[in-house]
Design a protein around this ligand. Structure first.
Ligand SMILES: Cc1ncc(COP(=O)(O)O)c(C=O)c1O
Length: 307
């Protein structure tokens, strides 16, 4: 985003509202958060951030990829715009890359017109229309599709849209199974001597459980985080022994898959930079699929036995 002239201020999402306010800058245009963070699986207090955003005249944008619309509906908690990587649960089978933006139409761009000239002043590249005047509640999503998709070219092919729609039709069934399996796996991992810690908000003693009860009452998702005692080396040995669970960057799929960010997606970062990003070097992200639960647990068992 920096290369596009967009600066981000990262904040500790557990801070109280009064502390978070200190991070709002005169040029802040939006607040962005994930319902469930990837890869640390923390649950966002969406209402707190919607209060913060609206007090400062900016929209709250929520990435709801992990929770999916089945388990969380962020508009009901004050979010203005929701995004999904549809590549994940919505597709569910890793066959089509895509994303979507869902606009509630609730944010009043005209009230903060100076901050959002792209929506509140004429667009010469589009017949001189002013999106808020012409489209009202549909201003943002119309600008996104009519102007930005045109200019950036991020347009999905019909075949990819077809795959994603086929996945979407079974999302409600899959999410139920993902949550059921992930809770079993989380409970199993918690009991293992070789496991250092487990984070999964559906566990009653998890630090995020209270937030999960509020925002994700039907269950969170299939993704959990855990660590093997012995840090990086033990994690790598453990992963090499897995037979059913794939080691891939992809996540939130019907098939169980796993990633060790410190040696994969985040390998450019030193241990101290990882800790600063709240990703401990020993963290393993396990995305529990919808296979038979015994098969998943047996795979983890045999890999643990080998270290
Ligand atoms: C929560 C979340 N949001 C967005 C993305 C970006 O997804 P895509 O690669 O489909 O653009 C990812 C990818 O890992 C993700 O996990």
């Amino acid at each position: 985003m920096k290369k596009m002239g967009i600066e981000c201020t990262f904040v500790d999402q557990t801070l109280p509202l009064e502390e978070l306010e200190k991070y709002i800058k005169p040029n802040t245009k939006a607040i962005f958060g994930e319902t469930i963070t990837n890869p640390t699986v923390q649950v966002l207090d969406i209402e707190k951030f919607s209060l913060l955003a609206h007090k400062h005249g900016v929209p709250l944008i929520i990435d709801n990829t992990f929770a999916t619309p089945i388990n969380c509906r962020p508009f009901e908690w004050g979010a203005d715009i929701v995004t999904h990587s549809t590549t994940k649960y919505i597709d569910g089978h890793g066959i089509s890359v895509g994303g979507c933006i869902v606009d509630s139409g609730n944010f009043d761009w005209d009230k903060y017109a100076d901050k959002f000239p792209g929506l509140t002043t004429p667009d010469e590249s589009y017949h001189g229309i002013t999106y808020t005047k012409q489209f009202g509640k549909g201003a943002y999503i119309t600008k996104a599709t009519a102007q930005l998709m045109r200019d950036f070219g991020s347009i999905q092919s019909p075949q990819n849209a077809f795959y994603i729609n086929a996945g979407l039709e079974t999302l409600h069934l899959r999410m139920e199974k993902h949550c059921e399996n992930a809770l079993e796996v989380a409970k199993f991992l918690k009991e293992q001597d070789k496991v250092a810690w487990v984070h999964y908000s559906d566990l009653e003693d998890d630090v995020n459980h209270e937030l999960a009860k509020k925002y994700l009452p039907k269950g969170s998702c299939g993704v959990l985080a855990f660590a093997i005692k012995g840090g990086r080396d033990a994690s790598v040995t453990f992963m090499d022994k897995l037979k059913l669970i794939s080691i891939v960057t992809h996540v939130a799929d019907s098939k169980s898959c796993l990633l060790h960010p410190a040696s994969h997606t985040h390998r450019q970062l030193s241990d101290s930079q990882l800790i600063e990003s709240d990703i401990s070097p020993d963290l393993i992200r396990l995305s529990v699929g919808i296979e038979n639960i015994d098969d998943i647990i047996n795979d983890l068992k045999q890999a643990l036995a080998s270290i």
